[in-house]
Design a binder for this molecule. Structure first.
Ligand code: GLY
Length: 600
C-alpha cells in the first residue's frame, strides 16, 4: 500500500505552492522556463488539472480474455471473437479490420503496422507489416530544384503514400497462428461496413474537421461526407456511417486473401487512383509487397523480460535504451515524477532520440547496431556528460560513438486470450486519416507514411523528428517508425501488454506507462490515466500534460535550465493489459479518447 501511493506525497506538496515560473539561465547558458505555446505559462493553484491522473477511470477485470482498443465497436468485435473460441491472433485480425471501418483516422487497410506476439508457452514473434517506399520513389522526391523541401507533399495527397502492408500482415498472422477461419475473422468488419455504425462524438468531430480537405483531395467523391447533395452538412454523434465500397473491398479480401487486395479489382482501383492523382504506387509494388517475420527484440530489465519490436521500428531499441539508462538511478526510491526522476528520464530521452536519428532505419537496407545500442556498458557511457546541476544542451548531444559506425495518429490494441496468448499491435496511416486520399471505388484512406522517412537530412518531419542517411528514402525501403508494441514477462510469465499511438511520443509514453507500474506501484489503469511528458532531443524542450509536474518539481527543473512546454492537448492513447497476481486480467484503456477495454 505504501508503495502503491508513494507518488501521491509529492503532489500534495506541489498543490500547496503556487509560484510564478521564471525564466532562468542554466550553467550551460540555456534558458529554462515554462511556456504555453509561445507565451510564458504561469502555474495557478486552482488549476483543475493539477492532480496526477487524467481521470479516475477504473480498469476492466476479466478472467478469460481481454481486448483494449481505440474504439468500443472494435473492442466488442475482439471480445466476440474470443468468446466464439478464437484465440488472441484471431481477435487481433478481426480488430485490425474492424478498426479499418470504425476508426478511419488510424485503423486501416491502406496503412501498415507491427505485431508482437507471445504464445502461451512463452515463445515470442514479431511481424513487420510496415509500408514500403514505392519502386519509383527517389531520395529527393520531395525537394524542389533548389534542394528545399516542398511543404505538404510527403504528408497529404497521392505522393505521400507508401505501399500498404496491413492486409498482407493480417494474412500472415492468421495463416501462422489463427484458429478460426479467415472468413469468420473478416465478417464482423464487413457487417460494420455494410450495416453502418453509430458515430461517437469524437468520430463525428474528426470527420467534420477534415471535410473541406476531403473534398479538395477527392473531387467528385462522396466518401465520409454526411450528405452527397449538401456537402456542407456536418456529422453528429449517433449518425450512422455506412461504407458500401469498403464492405466490398473487405469481401474481396475475405474471398481471395491477399490477392483480394494486392491483385485484381482492389489493386486496379488503387493504381487507377494513383494515376489520377499523380501518385507512384504501381501494380508491381502491390504484387511485391510482403510482410516480414523478424526476431523480436528481447532484453532484461530487473526481473522483467521486455519483448518488443526490432527495427524497422525505432521503438523497441529506444524503449530498452530508456529503461536501461534509467535503471542506473533509484527512480523507485525518488518517487513518481519527482525532480530527479524527471531529470533522469528527460536526459535519457535526449540521448536516445539522438541515437535514433543517427543509427536507425530499415534493417533490410542497412546494418543496425542493435546489440551495441542496448549494451549496458555503452549506455553507462552515455551518462558521462550528465550533471544534475543543469540540463544538458541538445546542441552538444550527438548520437553515441559505436565502433564501426559513423552515423498522433496511429492506433494500438492489446489482446490476451484465455490460454494466455498475447498480441500487441500498433497500426497506422501515419497522420490522422493518412494522406486524406480515399481510393475511388474501394472506399479506404491511404497512408501518408512517406513522411516518416527523413525527406532531407536535418529537416524535421511532422513529428519534429530529424533524421539522416540511415532513414533516407530509397525504392522498396521501409520508413523508420516509433511504434512500440511491447509485451513484458515477469519471472518467465506473461505480465503486461502495452502500446499507444502518438508519433514520436509513442516511445516515451510506453516507457512511462511501464515504469509507473513496475517502479511506482500503480495499477495498469492508473498508469494509463497518469499524466505524461516527453522530450525527443530536438527540439530541445520537454512537453507535458498539465499537472504532470508539481510546482516544486517545475521550479527545480526550470532552475536547472529545462525548457518546459505545457500542452493544450494530451499525450498517449494507451491500450494495455496487465496480468494481476491472481491470474486475472486488468484491461486499461485511455480515458483521453474513445478507447475501451472489454473482458470476460
Ligand atoms: N507513423 C508513426 C510511426 O510509425 O512512428
Amino acid at each position: 500500500m505504501k508503495k502503491l501511493y508513494q507518488y501521491a506525497a509529492c503532489l500534495l506538496i506541489g498543490g500547496l505552492v503556487a509560484t510564478a515560473c521564471k525564466t532562468t539561465k542554466s550553467p550551460s547558458g540555456q534558458a529554462g522556463g515554462v511556456r504555453q505555446g509561445q507565451g510564458v505559462y504561469q502555474y495557478r493553484e486552482e488549476d483543475p488539472l493539477t492532480k496526477p491522473f487524467y481521470s479516475d477511470r477504473k480498469g476492466v477485470i476479466g478472467r478469460n480474455g481481454m481486448v483494449a482498443s481505440a474504439h468500443p465497436e472494435a473492442s466488442q468485435v475482439g471480445l466476440t471473437i474470443l468468446q466464439a473460441g478464437g484465440n488472441a491472433v484471431d481477435a487481433a485480425v478481426a480488430v485490425q479490420f474492424a478498426l479499418a471501418v470504425v476508426y478511419p483516422n488510424a485503423g486501416n487497410v491502406g496503412g501498415g503496422g507491427f505485431m508482437v506476439y507471445r504464445d502461451r508457452s512463452g515463445k515470442a514473434y514479431s511481424l513487420d507489416y510496415r509500408e514500403k517506399a514505392p519502386g519509383r520513389s527517389t531520395a529527393n522526391m520531395y525537394l524542389d530544384s533548389a534542394g528545399n523541401v516542398r511543404p505538404g507533399l510527403s504528408t497529404s495527397g497521392h505522393l505521400a503514400s507508401g505501399v500498404p502492408g496491413s492486409v498482407d500482415g493480417m494474412v500472415e498472422a492468421h495463416k501462422r497462428f489463427g484458429k478460426l477461419t479467415w472468413a469468420q475473422v473478416l465478417q464482423p468488419a464487413i457487417d460494420l461496413a455494410t450495416n453502418g455504425y453509430a458515430l461517437t462524438e469524437r468520430d463525428a468531430t474528426g470527420l467534420n474537421r477534415i471535410r473541406k480537405e476531403l473534398q479538395t483531395i477527392n473531387p467528385g467523391k462522396a466518401y465520409f461526407l454526411k450528405s452527397t447533395t449538401d456537402t456542407s452538412s456536418r456529422w453528429k454523434q449517433g449518425d450512422k456511417l455506412v461504407q458500401a465500397d469498403l464492405a466490398r473491398t473487405l469481401q474481396r479480401i475475405q474471398q481471395q486473401g491477399r490477392a483480394g487486395f494486392y491483385e485484381g479489382e482492389t489493386a486496379r482501383l488503387l493504381t487507377d487512383e494513383m494515376k489520377r492523382g499523380g501518385g507512384i504506387i504501381s501494380e508491381e509494388d502491390l504484387k511485391n509487397y510482403h510482410a516480414v517475420w523478424r526476431d523480436p527484440l528481447q532484453a532484461t530489465y530487473k526481473e522483467y523480460n521486455v519483448i518488443t519490436m526490432p527495427p524497422t521500428s525505432s521503438g523497441g531499441v529506444a524503449l530498452i535504451q530508456l529503461m536501461r539508462l534509467s535503471e542506473q538511478y533509484p527512480l523507485r526510491r525518488w518517487g513518481w515524477n519527482r525532480d530527479s526522476t524527471v531529470q533522469v528520464m528527460i536526459e535519457a530521452e535526449r540521448r536516445v532520440y539522438a541515437d535514433r536519428a543517427k543509427f536507425l532505419g530499415d534493417p533490410d537496407f542497412l546494418k543496425i547496431p542493435v546489440a551495441q545500442l542496448i549494451d549496458p556498458a555503452y549506455l553507462r557511457s552515455r551518462w558521462q556528460d550528465f550533471s544534475f546541476a543543469h540540463a544538458t544542451d541538445s546542441r552538444n548531444v550527438r548520437g553515441g560513438t559505436l565502433p564501426g559506425y559513423e552515423s498522433l495518429e496511429t492506433t494500438h490494441f492489446s489482446i490476451v486470450d484465455k490460454e494466455g496468448n498475447a498480441v500487441s499491435i500498433t497500426t497506422t496511416l501515419n497522420g490522422g486519416y493518412g494522406s486524406r486520399v480515399v481510393i475511388g471505388g474501394a472506399g479506404f484512406f491511404m497512408n501518408n507514411e512517406m513522411d516518416d522517412f527523413s525527406v532531407k537530412p536535418g529537416v524535421p518531419n511532422m513529428f519534429g523528428l530529424t533524421g539522416n542517411q540511415a532513414n533516407a528514402i530509397a525504392p522498396n525501403k521501409r520508413m523508420l517508425s516509433s511504434m512500440t508494441p511491447t509485451i513484458l514477462e515477469k519471472d518467465g510469465k506473461l505480465f503486461m501488454v502495452v502500446g499507444t499511438p502518438g508519433g514520436s511520443t509513442i516511445i516515451t509514453s510506453v516507457y512511462q506507462t511501464i515504469l509507473n507500474v513496475i517502479e511506482h506501484g500503480m495499477t495498469m489503469q492508473q498508469s494509463v490515466n497518469a499524466l505524461k511528458f516527453h522530450h525527443q532531443w530536438l527540439p530541445d524542450k520537454t512537453i507535458f500534460e498539465q499537472g504532470a509536474f508539481t510546482e516544486p518539481t517545475t521550479q527545480t527543473l526550470i532552475s536547472r535550465g529545462y525548457i518546459l512546454e505545457r500542452l493544450t492537448n494530451t499525450l498517449g492513447r494507451m491500450d494495455c493489459v496487465l496480468v494481476r497476481p491472481d491470474g486475472s486480467y486488468e484491461g486499461a484503456s485511455d480515458p483521453r479518447a474513445d478507447n475501451t477495454a472489454r473482458g470476460y
